[in-house]
Design a protein around this ligand. Structure first.
Ligand code: PMV
Length: 321
């Protein structure tokens, strides 16, 4: 059974866990699903297999997190067979472009389909979360709110979509810095290290609920400027907490800062443009369909930006067959 899911970019970041084993976030997060960043994943249960197998972009890869997700599906479907999983990203993997989000969302949908389960989005997001926190958000299209939840078993840490009049009008421009090379610190270990050592982490955690509430209001009201300003400030706060960790985690390269300056310059010239960055050097810019080309041109002119990509808002994860 084959499924397709789009990656998402957080506008209010997920950065820190309240339970590592269940992969429960310490705070909520909010994202935008992107149509251009697609992963396709196929799952076949096969009684003859001794263990789960993963082929990621045509190469054998460790399957432990895949097994965590498949085990949840197997338990729900009362199935014991191991599975052959084939996953293909249509964009650079492990480069801070959140391929784990689309990958585990597609895996949850394909595995549930292959096991004959009919699950709703909330149930699928709970399963996808066990692979990667951000994957819970890629189950849905458009703007998505992931809840931190309060239950110790994580049963209320699911995602849900937020309706918005902005969806047709907005675009995200992605500026790839440094050719999409693999990132230096995986987000999973990095957020744990930041939570344990950064003197700014407590301030980050206190900020998130306020940013979430303000972002949700802006999304519902269609206030792109308020949302953009908030998303840029939230990303900078997340990175500030990482930079202050001991030892420091610095995802930025010189071209990242140059791209941030280009975004401010674009704004000064009257374009809609607000930046966000994740666990890598790339800069993603929230803009409008009208301004997307000007923003992409402004970013590709930056020394060290090797490629730009314009994405419209993506839809939910779905079965392809
Ligand atoms: O879902 P993970 O474990 O790949 O963590 C994602 C972390 C960030 O991309 C930095 C932020 C986010 O909310 O997507």
């Amino acid at each position: 059974m084959k499924a397709r899911a789009c990656a998402n970019i957080a506008l209010v970041k997920y950065w820190g866990k309240r339970d590592a084993a269940l992969n429960l976030p310490a705070a909520g997060s909010l994202s935008l699903t992107l149509a251009e960043l697609v992963t396709e994943t196929t799952v076949e249960f096969d009684r003859a297999l001794p263990r789960d197998e993963l082929l990621l972009d045509d190469k054998p890869a460790p399957a432990d997190r895949v097994t965590t997700v498949l085990d949840l599906v197997r338990t729900a479907a009362q199935l014991t067979s191991r599975a052959r999983v084939t996953s293909r990203n249509m964009f650079p993997t492990a480069s801070g472009l959140a391929s784990s989000a689309s990958g585990f969302a597609a895996l949850a949908v394909a595995a549930a389909g292959a096991a004959g389960l009919t699950l709703d989005g909330r149930q699928l997001s709970l399963i996808a979360r066990r692979g990667s926190g951000s994957a819970a958000r890629s189950i849905f299209g458009g703007f998505v709110h992931m809840h931190a939840g309060a239950h110790a078993d994580g049963s209320d840490a699911f995602a849900h979509p937020i309706e918005s009049p902005l969806v047709e009008r907005i675009r995200m421009v992605i500026a790839i810095v440094g050719g999409g090379a693999p990132k230096a610190h995986g987000s999973r270990d990095a957020m744990t290290h930041v939570a344990a050592t950064s003197p700014l982490y407590a301030a980050w955690l206190a900020l998130v609920p306020k940013d979430l509430a303000a972002a949700e209001t802006a999304i519902v009201n269609g206030d792109l400027q308020a949302l953009g300003e908030l998303a840029e400030a939230n990303a900078l706060a997340m990175h500030a907490s990482a930079i202050a960790a001991r030892p420091a985690i610095i995802y930025w390269q010189p071209a990242t800062l140059a791209a941030l300056a280009a975004v401010r310059e674009l704004r000064a010239r009257g374009h809609a443009a607000w930046a966000t960055m994740d666990a890598g050097p790339h800069v993603k810019v929230l803009t409008t369909a009208d301004d997307a080309n000007a923003v992409a041109q402004g970013l590709i002119a930056v020394d060290g930006v090797t490629r730009t990509l314009i994405s419209a808002v993506g839809g939910p994860a779905t079965l392809v067959d």
